[in-house]
Design a protein. Structure first.
Length: 103
């Protein structure tokens, strides 16, 4: 049974970001969070490469799925930054290691 009123709209994330960059203050805020977003992308990419779900990572880390979910979202929240040890355990669960570079 289909809904005749349903009209899906294609979302173009790059175009949306381009429009957002035109808003006052957005570009500065986006750039201020660049390191956190890069770290988050690294975590998510490591999990994707390992082919693991949040639940599988949680089991390997000895924690809960909700804790992994909070970890993956906490990098954008300055009030709840994860410890280095937690990030190290996450990386190990993905079969990776943490490497820090100052450039």
């Amino acid at each position: 049974m289909s809904d005749p009123g349903f009209k899906p709209v294609r979302h173009d994330g790059n175009a949306a970001l381009e429009r957002a960059m035109q808003r006052p203050g957005f570009k500065e805020a986006w750039e201020a969070g660049a390191d956190e977003y890069a770290a988050l992308r690294s975590l998510l990419e490591a999990r994707k490469q390992a082919g693991l779900t949040q639940e599988e990572i949680a089991i390997r880390m000895g924690t809960s799925k909700s804790a992994v979910s909070r970890l993956e979202s906490s990098l954008r929240d300055p009030k709840h930054s994860p410890t280095f040890e937690t990030i190290r355990r996450y990386a190990k669960a993905c079969g990776k290691r943490v490497e820090i570079q100052l450039v």
